[in-house]
Design a binder for this molecule. Structure first.
Ligand code: GRF
Length: 207
């Protein structure tokens, strides 16, 4: 039997996307296992979720910067993920930008979920940006991570209508629900080797 496909999951927050992926693994919908969950926030819900499921979970202090890891922290993240022998890095609400050495260590093997239909509304609070702009449809995007901000090749997208009476909170909630469907599907396709990347285009194999 070939080795199971292993995920390294990074998150800073409550970890609902991680929980959706872990549930999909348990349900046999993703042929993978979680090798390690890492967080830059000691009290992050994602670490609690992982420990409840008896998965390896570790807090690594991010160092002196606010929006990225410092050099020591970056090295520690890379080392922990390499020791855990992960095949794919899944960013699930990780609130720091990953830089050169990390990107080089896992080139083409890092994915992220973003709460808008990229390339619209990159950056923070995308649901609020969408509401303020007045778009009628928004959604979420799973994409590969490169050196740009929310800029890598798009793997999958799911739309969410914007309703006249939406508040940032109600819209965010519906986007979150869409994320919990989209992210497991995309991770499953990668684990099954069903997608290939041609330039900026991600091609899904016909089932
Ligand atoms: C999600 O909205 C995701 O799009 C963004 O961070 C949030 C993480 O939420 N990248 P959770 O921690 O998975 O609940």
């Amino acid at each position: 039997m070939s080795n199971p496909f292993r995920l390294g999951v990074l998150g800073s927050g409550k970890g609902s996307n991680f929980a959706a992926i872990a549930d999909a693994i348990d349900a046999g919908k993703i042929p993978a296992q979680v090798g390690l969950v890492l967080s830059d926030v000691e009290s992050a819900g994602i670490l609690l979720h992982a420990r409840e499921r008896e998965m390896a979970a570790q807090f690594i202090p991010p160092g002196k910067f606010r929006t990225k890891l410092d050099e020591d922290a970056e090295r520690a993240f890379v080392k922990a993920l390499q020791l855990a022998k992960v095949d794919l890095i899944v960013l699930a609400g990780f609130m720091r930008v990953l830089k050169g050495d990390f990107l080089r260590a896992f080139e083409g093997r890092i994915v992220n979920i973003h709460p808008s239909l990229l390339p619209s509304f990159p950056g923070l609070e995308s649901w609020k940006q969408a509401l303020d702009y007045g778009v009628k449809v928004t959604g979420c995007t799973v994409h590969f991570v490169d050196a740009g901000i929310d800029a890598g090749a798009i793997i999958g997208q799911q739309t969410v209508p914007v309703l006249d009476n939406d508040t940032p909170e109600t819209l965010h909630q519906r986007i979150h629900a869409a994320e919990h469907e989209l992210y497991p599907k995309c991770v499953a396709a990668i684990a099954r080797g069903e997608i290939s990347v041609v330039g900026r285009k991600v091609v899904w194999k016909e089932n």
